[in-house]
Design a protein around this ligand. Structure first.
Ligand code: BGC
Length: 377
């Protein structure tokens, strides 16, 4: 307890003075206390997404409110960082200078301080800026304006605080538009944060293929390229309420083929690639089954080829399987994906902690043991 308090003090003191005064009161740094882990090196090796909290339209709207104990619980489990999805766009004015609401900023300060106090690195991730992806020309200036404020506020934060410019660019934010906006935004961030870790990902929802095919990365030694890994998506997103109707077939296993063929729902049969996927899933032997190891290896090899050709650090910022898939399949997929990522030298963050892909059951107040083991053992 004493140690936690003193490290919190150190973390607060390391944040910008303007920020620190907004943070919870603490007794101040204790120079004799050992830091929990070095705060100056964001390894981003093994992390978890604190999803569905600050990325919801308002915190709690999606059932997750962050608590102080989340950070120590995550640290004690063995993770070294958290990724914090934040919907800044819902808490800022619509016109210049696009001021971010101060209470909301203080909540982000709070999360950063508690991550650092627990020896966790933290990725502050701009999440769910849907207005930007549906109308990039209208929202580009606002996006840059938001980052200007975020970068200024955390300019003196320890290097263990990283920035992720935008979660899963997609829709009308085409590769050309995103590459240009990314470069422009990075310039603004670098004016105040010349050496901070900044994470960038490609269009098509941060797919590995978009890294390979379309992401243009500015020459910057502190950039990390990210991708999200949800393949096979008919397994990881089976029955997800926010997906199109062709994703409604549940009971999809990993690895395939299933012992008894699965009949996809009507809405799935009417979409050619989905229908064909299920035909192969039901019949193809394990080695070449689309719900099998080969799919994972293919995706991760694409990201690895990018890492090698660009000599860049690559981070798998999201991966996970929805909680109504069967547990044995979720655990097998999670373990395989995590191990293959580590084999290629990628850090990762599981999606998510307490939301729909949960590794932690908030109702039970307990980790999902099979998933925790798949992630960390
Ligand atoms: C989205 C979540 C979603 C997850 C998996 C995240 O980037 O923000 O809402 O549950 O991806 O699809």
């Amino acid at each position: 307890m004493v140690r936690t308090v003193s490290v919190l003090g150190a973390a607060l003191a390391l944040l910008a003075p303007a920020t620190a005064c907004l943070l919870p009161q603490s007794p101040g740094p204790n120079p004799s206390a050992p830091p929990a882990t070095p705060l100056d090196e964001p390894k981003l090796a093994r992390g978890i997404n604190l999803g569905n909290a600050l990325d919801a339209p308002s915190e709690g709207a999606w059932g997750v409110v962050l608590a102080e104990g989340d950070f120590s619980r995550i640290r004690d489990a063995g993770f070294d960082h958290v990724r914090l999805p934040v919907r800044f766009s819902a808490h800022a004015s619509a016109s210049p200078p696009y001021s971010i609401d101060d209470d909301f900023f203080r909540r982000v300060d709070w999360a950063i301080a508690h991550a650092l106090a627990n020896g966790l690195a933290i990725v502050v991730d701009m999440h769910h800026y849907e207005e930007l992806t549906s109308d990039p020309d209208l929202h580009a200036d606002r996006f840059v304006g938001l980052w200007k404020q975020i970068a200024e506020r955390y300019r003196a934060a320890p290097e263990a605080v990283g920035f992720e410019l935008l979660n899963e660019p997609h829709d009308k934010l085409t590769a050309d538009k995103w590459n240009a906006l990314l470069a422009r935004t990075l310039g603004v961030v670098r004016a105040t944060n010349p050496t901070r870790t900044v994470i960038v990902e490609g269009v098509d929802w941060a797919s590995a293929t978009s890294l390979r095919d379309s992401l243009r990365v500015p020459d910057d030694p502190a950039l990390v390229a990210s991708f999200h890994m949800y393949q096979p998506i008919l397994f990881t997103h089976q029955g997800a309420a926010w997906m199109n109707p062709e994703f409604r077939t549940t009971g999809v296993r990993f690895p395939g083929p299933p012992p008894v063929p699965l009949t996809p729902v009507e809405t799935a049969r009417s979409v050619a690639w989905v229908r064909e996927w299920f035909e192969r899933y039901n019949r193809a032997p394990a080695e070449i089954n689309p719900s099998g190891n080969r799919t994972i290896v293919e995706q991760l090899d694409i990201a690895k080829a990018f890492a090698e050709s660009h000599r860049m650090r690559v981070y798998m910022g999201e991966f996970g399987a929805i909680d109504h898939a069967d547990m044995a399949s979720r655990a097998a997929w999670t373990r395989m994906t995590r191990q293959e990522a580590e084999r290629r030298g990628f850090g990762w963050a599981y999606w998510d902690d307490g939301g729909g892909f949960k590794a932690y059951d908030r109702q039970l107040g307990a980790w999902v043991p099979e998933l925790l083991a798949a992630l960390l053992r």
